[in-house]
Design a protein around this ligand. Structure first.
Ligand code: CTP
Ligand code: MG
Length: 428
């Protein structure tokens, strides 16, 4: 195994105490990935001893301390027992007799349950009782012990790790365990903010579609995002959608968003743009009349449930409502183009409009055999917006006011001037 630790910055602690690097830092080093922050576990210490050596207690529920210089987290080895539903229902036990192995055994995945201690002479002591190194080599996401079931958020964490390490697969026994947890109703008790936090992080990974694959395979998607889960099995017209299935299309659109390094709001809008197709009348399939507005309503309800930030929600709702109009924009009249821009609030919020166009481009390309297709609507609408922005609204308003016109009439004058500007720009 490669060298996995840096020099220990905690030499002030007495010899009776052993400090190990654990968790993500050990994993990421073995994977050759940049290590963001180090987590340490401390064996054989008490809170009083940590504080006597300058460490600051920070854990509300757990005995966790910040190093006086590096400010990295040092946790006393602990065991956890579930004592109720949800994230807070834990009884924590931390004392000098908790062993490193016991602390590793309560962790989520084998690849996250390795520890390394660098001794004073530079010798590296590896502790890997659950064969995390083997699972890294075999690219396997495997739970450590049945303690995995004590925190249902770990299903979402695992899905997020699948999105980060796109070529890893879920161990069959972990797959079974997650299915059992879902059947037992564990996922229904998760706290909204935590769910959104995991989803948002997973969306920003390289292979976000893997997260949804994993969640779907164990049945968790139907609990966490039933509106999205409903898209699989819903057909679309083959002429525009050779891939047919709406769930599959949605994953292809998200894939396009990830490939283009899109920001979170665009990735989420890509994921949500066709949500309304899940509630189309099956008698009407593969047609989805009115899916745009139904999708917008579904997104708003979901965003409220999951406490999704307003700007993320607003872009997704806008894209759901206007994506088919944006796709059609090349053949629109100038008047219809200006109405579209005004509905999108593009004149006041051009940055958000540009993000909406980005998501629409992902939608157009996220179809089988359309992956490389150009999307001229994007530059066309940005040019129309630019033309509309050149209208001097202040002077039009002033002239109209001098003629004694009312507010809505002034608005009409401005609208007409924008239509003329867009018309003139598209003629040239
Ligand atoms: N629900 C959780 C959260 C954390 N951990 C353990 O705590 C470590 C640190 O947690 P965290 O920083 O959240 O995750 P990392 O694995 O470090 O991943 P990331 O790179 O996302 O920080 C994990 O490696 C894992 O051993 C766990 O077992 N169960
Ligand atoms: Mg971490």
């Amino acid at each position: 195994m490669p060298q996995a630790t840096n020099a220990c910055p905690h030499t002030t602690l007495p010899d009776t105490v052993a400090v190990y690097m654990v968790g993500g830092a050990v994993r990421d080093r073995l994977l050759g990935r940049a290590v963001q922050d180090h987590d340490w576990v401390v064996i054989g210490a008490t809170p009083a001893l940590m504080e006597a050596h300058g460490f600051t207690p920070v854990g509300k529920d757990f005995p966790v301390f910040l190093h006086p210089q590096t400010h990295e987290e040092y946790a006393l080895a602990r065991t956890e027992r579930k004592s109720g539903h949800g994230y807070k229902g834990f009884t924590v036990y931390a004392d000098t007799d908790v062993s490193l192995e016991e602390d590793l055994a309560r962790r989520d995945l084998t690849i996250n349950a390795m520890a390394v201690r660098t001794h004073a002479d530079g010798y590296e002591e590896w502790v890997d009782p659950f064969h995390g190194q083997q699972d890294i080599a075999g690219k396997v996401l495997r739970h450590v012990t049945l303690a995995f079931t004590e925190d249902p958020l770990r299903i979402l964490r695992l899905a997020r790790f699948a999105a980060r390490f796109g070529d890893f697969h879920v161990a069959p026994e972990t797959q079974t365990l997650m299915q059992e947890m879902v059947s037992a109703g564990e996922v229904a008790h998760l706290v909204a903010e935590r769910v959104w936090q995991e989803l948002a992080r997973g969306l920003m990974e390289n292979a976000p579609t893997r997260m949804f694959e994993v969640l779907r395979d164990c049945g968790a998607l139907a609990i966490v995002l039933p509106e999205l889960d409903a898209l699989w099995g819903v057909p679309q017209p083959a002429e525009h959608h050779p891939e047919i299935d709406t769930g599959l299309h949605t994953m292809m659109v998200l894939e396009q968003a990830a490939q283009s390094q899109a920001p979170l709001a665009v990735r989420f809008a890509a994921l949500m743009h066709d949500l309304g197709k899940g509630t189309s009348d099956p008698e009407q399939w593969p047609r989805h009349i009115g899916h745009e507005i139904r999708g917008k309503d579904l997104i708003e309800a979901m965003a409220q449930r999951l406490k999704i930030p307003a700007e993320i929600r607003e872009l997704a709702a806008l894209v759901a409502q206007e994506h088919t109009n944006i796709h059609r924009s090349l053949t629109m009249t100038a008047a219809a183009l200006v109405r579209l821009l005004e509905r999108c609030d593009a004149l006041r919020r051009p940055e958000r409009f540009a993000l909406a166009l980005w998501a629409c481009e992902c939608d157009a390309r996220g179809r089988q055999s359309f992956e490389q297709s150009p999307y001229p609507q994007r530059s066309f609408l940005l040019a129309a917006l630019h033309a509309a922005q050149q209208v001097d609204t202040a002077s039009i308003a002033q002239q109209a006011a001098q003629k004694g016109l009312r507010g809505d009439q002034i608005g009409q004058h401005i609208h007409m001037a924008r239509v003329q500007a867009v018309q003139a720009a598209s003629a040239s």
